[in-house]
Design a protein around this ligand. Structure first.
Ligand SMILES: [Zn+2]
Ligand SMILES: [Zn+2]
Length: 589
């Protein structure tokens, strides 16, 4: 029974309540334990390190449930909530904010645990763009780098983005929180039904519904890395306006009919606002969007067929982005990264995808398939295929680049599904929860084109090019290429993938292209392609699946190319295969 209750609150790798960055397994942690209704703390754990790689909240309950009991709990049935903090962050708050007594620990509880908009919500990991001048100056002086403050604000933000996990920024957030605690005085906890609240804003006012208030049945919540920032009411659900922000940027939104939030309570304390969901809503995840005007889900064409309990939705205007990286384990699409610019790295998505090794992944590292979306080309058709709960393959038709197949059809999955055709397409997808694959992928079109079955594009079965069930196959034309971008392994010897830029403005990729992560080189107007496979000397040749075999590709012929090389003029069709440790290609002329 107890185990079942725990599963209601599946959480992931903990985030520090103070600085909001990840608490890595090797780091020293201290945690606050909340009371039965999460409005105060009842205990502080001793510092510890090395939590086992399993659900952190479950681990904490197993370890502490019997020692921390809230005697005020009405039925002793609620398991406590925990909030993890880096020990270093906690020590700064303790010293700078003089946080040690019970009351200040209660205030620390509100400022940290209530960053989660309600208990049990999957952590949103919104980016933290807070830079407070006074606190920055103090931290920079303390850290011995006072000149940092004289840099332009955009540069400081950029440095922060690339070094988010560093002690410096953690320190800054801890000092900021401590300063807030010493500057303000505590307020009592207030609780009321959500239906009685008209509006609320952090550092602003709470307005209650009054007898003459107009009926506004739609509730909109704005969330940032500190928790709920604003609650307001709207007369109707807004129409999708094309406004969206980068997934996991600093703001997220919930727009729901009040009727679906029946029984939800609001808790307020110290300028913070949190929802308390009734038991029946705890397993119904509310939809969190990257747009203040989310599209109507019932008008979206999506895959897989079975909708999982998901809460984090993103909408993206395909005409405003320059590419998408899909993470495949060859048979299943695991995750995706949106490139706002062509030069944008997948570093942060990589971190999220690789941080949690998926138990069902066949290969230790997924293949990254880069779909370039250059300004001069556009998607005219989007389709998909898979089973009830997984997406195996995505079909993309580009006006100039032609047909692109990402993934592989699996046996017994039935007909391909049309997601969007013709008019402008907004992509809708969900970020995978812990250890899941891409749970939701589809498209929204304000005025969907009607497409009769006969005119639906047919994406050929790869047939003779199939090299086994777990191989990723891709192809591109070598005709009309203006330049080729080569993605290398670390040593510049072996090629992981290639990207072709065509004279008509189109682009295509083959292989595994890790944009702005792999070493790269560009060759203009290639006339020759020479390639061979090679077993790398650095490895013993085996990776548990078979012999490792890598590719060398060059775009200039020279005398060193012996009979093991294939040396051909640059034209025809290039075919490229990858499977756990093997890559090989062929050129058809
Ligand atoms: Zn921290
Ligand atoms: Zn050659």
């Amino acid at each position: 029974m107890a185990r079942k209750r725990h599963r209601e609150y599946l959480a992931d790798i903990p985030q520090c309540g103070i600085c909001s960055t990840t608490v890595y397994q090797h780091e020293k942690i201290i945690a606050l334990c909340g009371n039965y209704n999460s409005t105060a703390h009842i205990a502080l754990t001793e510092p510890f390190a090395r939590y086992p790689l399993k659900d952190f909240d479950v681990y904490m309950r197993e370890r502490y449930e019997t020692s921390f009991a809230d005697d005020n709990s009405p039925n002793h049935a609620t398991s406590p909530e925990f909030c993890a903090m880096h020990l270093g962050c906690y020590q700064i708050v303790q010293q700078v904010g003089h946080v040690a007594d019970e009351e200040s620990l209660n205030r620390l509880w509100i400022l940290t645990a209530w960053k989660n908009p309600w208990r049990g919500m999957e952590r949103l990991r919104l980016s933290n763009d807070i830079i407070d001048d006074e606190v920055l100056e103090k931290t920079a002086r303390f850290g011995g780098i006072p000149l940092l403050c004289s840099l332009p604000r955009e540069i400081i933000h950029m440095i922060k983005r690339y070094s988010e996990d560093s002690v410096f920024w953690r320190c800054m957030m801890a000092i900021r929180l401590a300063a807030w605690i010493s500057r303000t005085s505590p307020q009592p906890v207030r609780a009321m039904p959500l239906r009685s609240v008209f509006s609320w804003e952090r550092n602003g006012e709470l307005r209650r519904i009054e007898p003459l208030s107009p009926p506004l049945p739609v509730i909109k919540l704005t969330i940032d890395c500190e928790g709920i920032r604003k609650m307001e009411r709207l007369p109707t659900r807004p129409q999708y306006s094309g406004r969206w922000s980068r997934p996991a940027k600093h703001l997220a939104y919930i727009v729901e009919d009040e009727a679906s939030l029946e029984g939800v309570k609001v808790q307020l304390k110290d300028g913070r606002f949190r929802l308390k969901l009734p038991r029946q809503l705890r397993n119904v995840r509310l939809h969190v969007w990257n747009s203040p005007t989310p599209p109507n889900l019932s008008l979206c064409m999506v895959y897989p067929k079975k909708i999982m309990p998901i809460q984090r939705f993103n909408v993206v205007e395909l005409s405003e982005i320059r590419g998408i990286t899909f993470y495949l384990n060859t048979t299943v699409v695991l995750a995706m990264h949106i490139h706002l610019t062509e030069q944008e790295s997948t570093l942060w998505t990589d971190k999220a995808v690789l941080e949690e090794k998926r138990p069902d992944a066949i290969f230790s590292e997924p293949i990254r398939v880069y779909l370039p979306l250059p300004k001069g080309d556009r998607i005219t058709y989007l389709g998909a295929n898979g089973s009830d709960d997984r997406l195996n393959v995505i079909f993309v038709r580009m006006e100039k680049a032609g047909d692109i197949t990402i993934g592989q059809r699996q046996p017994g999955t039935g007909e391909d599904k049309v997601l969007a055709a013709q008019s402008s397409v907004s992509l809708v997808y969900c970020e995978p929860n812990k250890r899941e694959m891409l749970p939701f992928f589809g498209a929204y079109q304000a005025s969907p084109a009607t497409l009769d079955v006969a005119s639906r594009p047919i994406f050929a079965e790869i047939g003779a090019n199939r090299m086994g069930r777990f191989t990723y196959y891709s192809w591109a034309s070598l005709d009309g290429v203006s330049s080729v971008r080569i993605f290398y392994e670390d040593d510049f010897e072996f090629c992981r993938g290639l990207m072709f830029y065509y004279e008509n403005g189109a682009s295509r990729t083959v292989g595994d292209c890790r944009v702005q992560i792999d070493r790269e080189a560009t060759v203009d107007k290639p006339t020759q392609i020479c390639f061979r496979t090679k077993v790398p000397e650095s490895e013993n040749g085996e990776n548990g699946i078979g012999t490792v075999c890598k590719l060398r590709v060059e775009f200039e012929h020279h005398n060193g190319h012996d009979e093991r090389w294939h040396c051909l003029p640059f034209r025809g069709i290039i075919r490229f295969w990858i499977a756990g440790g093997f890559s090989w290609l062929s050129v058809e002329q």
